[in-house]
Ligand binder design. Structure first.
Ligand code: BGC
Ligand code: NOJ
Length: 820
């Protein structure tokens, strides 16, 4: 069952009924100012950091779900209107009056919600103009009645008092601190501006106001909810001025519309900073200096400026997506690669795991491991931003080569509460830097001087940071010569040194063991891959000694995996603190894990001796399901002290035998590496959101983006997705489909062409912009093979290898590839 449809030509998903199984959200903004918006206008906004600079309030896990957002209310001021038709929300929530013609169009960086009620159509387009710290609600109200309509339009948002954690907990203080100013019909939220903050929010409207409210209770009425605001019911704002309690922003505009008449009303909600020395005007007053913000407000209350800002946003996305466009025989592939997967990669790059409908914005900042992986799917879109991110991440690395597991986006400082010792973390930096250099050819990044733990004076070239990443693993090998796992590896929940029996204790930061025994085969595989990437970087830099050392280390760890990391039919997962196997047929539960099958093969282990094929056959037999590949089987049926959080989840959920989508593309890539094009693409389709659209009532999350998890077959809700949007699934699926299945892979030397496709495909076309040239590539598959390139012609001339040379001439080149 579907709740909407893809409009690919407009690059939108169109939701046709408001009661989707879960709120289906979108993101506004892509630089500094961000908003989350659901299909019924729920959500909130923040500047850079969802915890520290929250503009509007949002209560997660509320009932009804998704209650609070960017709300509009329309009131019919005509005579004799019955109470059930007196007022409504054109976005359905919060009044939930039955609407006609409801549609929500989620586009790239914008959302348009439109509906009709009793002959009045209201459309609202929400977006953040590029380069601005504000959001626009561009509304249009049309009277389709045969007679004149007299209506009131109310806007409403609830301000957050900046620090979202404090805002949600510290009421003894924050019920007394709220402050606003209302000047020239603009509502300014200035809580704490009087003391150490130099920033404020503003909420403006293009039309003269009939009234306003800034105190929540005055607007809603005592003991009332958002679905029945007293001010709306009465058709009169309270003109309230908030002192403490809950500051809000609400405008009231009265409109008289002739039959057929349409009117535009624009609302602007923004964030603004003043220089510390110019906070007040006059200087010795407590009044916000508005000189710096007024021109911005004035600009975006003009329809023509709003239209051109919207066009710029559309054009910008057109340009970004133009970097990789595919026409293949499969519409789900095309739609995800050309539009939604790339878009989700941008969102995950921007926000890591911080703010979604499953991430509260106050829990986690940017993850070291997460951000390095997010970059893999983003680097071709805006390489300059990827470069900066690499330097920021490296600056949270420690001198030991280890890394803070997370850092706060506003301060860019490592998070001490979580600390480090996740022993896979540093290796991700090598993969990310290598991906950046392959995409851009920008070797200078390796010479950038970057501090450790942000400590001035500790700077070394980024290249040395990478060397320390390699050493970090080699200095931490366990009894079998495999890497020690530390707190956890990629699987945050495989906590082999934790041994926690205290309720509520953090699995990820508790360590009751010395950490000298438990080892990870996953990290071993990852190390082999990363050390070989490092060797390639070193070689190109002319550091032959270093290159050989890395290759030797990779060989050594690879040999250890063959000896101690192979279970007979698949790669083992780990050794626990007692030196016993995890992920082995000898185990009672948790016999086979997906991660080492993926990463050992990605590293090339087992490609030459049949083990890769054997391991992939085991994955297919034991882990593959119609809803994707499960993380591990059999699920843990009880809590195991020595395994940690993984066994804390009920069977079938999350790391305990859920389909953890992030890991599926590793298997797709591995299948592509062994040349199994049907299987690689089949796995791809099983978790492809567009391909799952038809079962939206089962999947329940948005059909246009990946979710972190789909409940596995041991779960009661088998097939139900959770944790949509912010997941490494986005980047890895993008890598799997674009680089391994379609097979256009940036390398240090150029763009390699190595497709591995279903043999039913006659071929496909890709346009790829790469290092300053555009390649229009047509791949033909006359012999219907899975893999293998017979010939490549560039601009009519055959080239010897299947790696497109770097032309960098800003021209378009025609590339003909024949498989066979
Ligand atoms: C989740 C993991 C996540 C970790 C991070 C766990 O509860 O299951 O997926 O990585 O928390 O804190
Ligand atoms: C989600 C976390 O963000 C990621 O870092 C981790 O690798 C996976 N969960 C698996 O535990």
């Amino acid at each position: 069952m579907k709740f909407g449809y893809f409009d690919d030509a407009s690059r939108e998903y169109v939701i046709t009924r408001p009661d989707t199984p879960l709120p289906w959200i979108n993101y506004l903004g892509c630089e500094a100012y961000y908003g989350i918006i659901s299909n019924t206008a729920g959500g909130y906004s923040f500047y850079r950091d969802a915890r520290l600079r929250r503009l509007t309030r949002y209560r997660h896990n509320n009932a009804p779900l998704d209650y609070g957002g960017r709300y509009l209310f329309v009131r019919d001021n005509g005579p004799g209107v019955p109470p059930e038709r007196l007022y409504w929300s054109p976005t359905w929530m919060p009044t939930r009056r039955a609407l006609e013609d409801y549609t929500c169009r989620h586009g790239l960086g914008y959302t348009v919600i439109q509906s009709t009620f009793n002959g009045i159509t209201v459309g609202a387009r929400y977006f953040v103009p590029l380069g601005e710290n504000l959001e626009i609600w561009q509304t249009q109200i049309t009277n389709h009645r045969a007679e004149t309509a007299s209506i009131s339009l109310f806007s409403c948002i609830e301000f957050c008092l900046w620090d979202a954690w404090d805002d949600a907990t510290n009421y003894q203080r924050n019920y007394s601190t709220g402050q606003v100013e209302i000047v020239d019909d603009v509502i300014y939220h200035k809580t704490e501006y009087r003391e150490r903050r130099n920033h404020f929010a503003y909420f403006a409207c293009s039309e003269p106001l009939a009234g306003y409210d800034t105190q929540r209770e005055a607007f809603l009425g005592p003991y009332r909810g958002w679905h029945e605001p007293l001010a709306v019911e009465r058709g009169e704002s309270g003109n309230s001025v908030a002192h403490g309690w809950q500051p809000i922003g609400s405008h009231h505009v009265r409109l008289t519309l002739q039959p057929g008449e349409a009117r535009a009303v624009i609302f602007v909600l923004g964030y603004h900073e003043n220089p510390k020395s110019e906070k007040f005007d006059p200087p010795d007053s407590q009044t916000i200096n508005k000189r710096t913000v007024k021109p911005i407000i004035a600009k975006y209350l003009q329809t023509e400026n709003v239209e051109s800002a919207f066009q710029q946003l559309r054009d910008s996305w057109g340009g970004l997506l133009g970097i990789y466009q595919v026409e293949s025989p499969d519409e789900h592939t095309n739609r995800m690669v050309n539009i939604w997967n790339a878009y989700q990669c941008m969102v995950t790059f921007n926000l890591s795991r911080s703010a979604s409908y499953f991430e509260s914005g106050i829990g986690r900042g940017l993850g070291f491991r997460d951000s390095n992986q997010d970059l893999l799917g983003f680097v071709h879109l805006v390489p300059e931003r990827a470069r900066q991110r690499l330097l920021d991440l490296a600056a949270t690395q420690l001198e030991t080569g280890g890394a803070y597991h997370q850092y706060q986006p506003l301060t860019k400082r490592g998070n001490n509460d979580v600390g480090g010792n996740f022993n896979d973390d540093p290796l991700w930096l090598i993969l990310a830097v290598s991906a950046y250099v392959k995409e851009t050819g920008d070797w200078s990044v390796l010479d950038e001087r970057v501090p450790y733990d942000n400590r001035p004076g500790s700077e070394t070239p980024l290249y040395e940071h990478l060397q320390r990443c390699v050493r970090y693993t080699l200095e931490r090998l366990g009894p079998h010569g495999l890497p020690l796992i530390g707190r956890a590896d990629w699987n945050d929940c495989l906590n082999l040194n934790c041994f926690s029996d205290a309720p509520g204790e953090s699995f990820q930061t508790t360590a009751n063991k010395d950490g000298r025994t438990a080892e990870s085969v996953f990290i071993a595989g990852m190390f082999v891959l990363a050390a070989r990437e490092m060797a390639a970087l070193a070689k190109c830099k002319g550091e032959d000694g270093e290159a050989e050392r890395c290759r030797a280390a990779a060989r050594q760890v690879e040999a250890t995996v063959r000896e101690h990391g192979w279970d007979g039919e698949w790669f083992l997962r780990a050794y626990d603190d007692f030196g016993r196997k995890v992920g082995s047929r000898d185990c009672e539960e948790g016999q086979i894990f997906i991660e080492p099958q993926g990463f050992c093969i990605l590293a090339g282990i087992g490609l030459d001796d049949g083990r890769a094929k054997r391991a992939l056959a085991s994955v297919k037999e034991r882990l593959a399901t119609p809803h994707g590949i499960i993380l591990q089987q059999p699920a843990y049926s009880r809590y195991y002290l020595h395994l940690g959080e993984i066994s804390s989840y009920p069977p079938g959920y999350k790391e305990n035998a859920g389909v953890f989508c992030h890991t599926n593309p590793w298997i797709m890539i591995a299948e592509a590496m062994i040349g199994n094009g049907d299987q690689a693409h089949d796995y791809y389709l099983h978790i492809n959101p567009s391909a799952r659209e038809a079962i939206s009532e089962v999947h329940r999350c948005e059909p246009y983006v990946y979710a972190q998890m789909i409940a596995g077959r041991n779960a009661a809700n088998y097939g139900e997705a959770k944790n949509s949007w912010l997941t490494g699934t986005a980047a890895w699926n993008y890598v799997a489909i674009t680089q391994w299945i379609l097979g256009l892979r940036p390398t240090l030397d150029g763009l390699a062409i190595d497709p591995c496709i279903p043999n039913g495909w006659e071929g496909f076309r890709v346009t790829r912009k790469f290092r300053g040239a555009t390649y229009q590539i047509e791949v033909k598959n006359p012999n219907r093979v899975y893999r293998g390139v017979k010939s490549v012609r560039v601009d009519g001339r055959e080239i010897a290898s299947a790696v497109l040379p770097v032309l960098g001439d800003e021209q378009t080149h025609v590339v003909e590839v024949v498989m066979g």
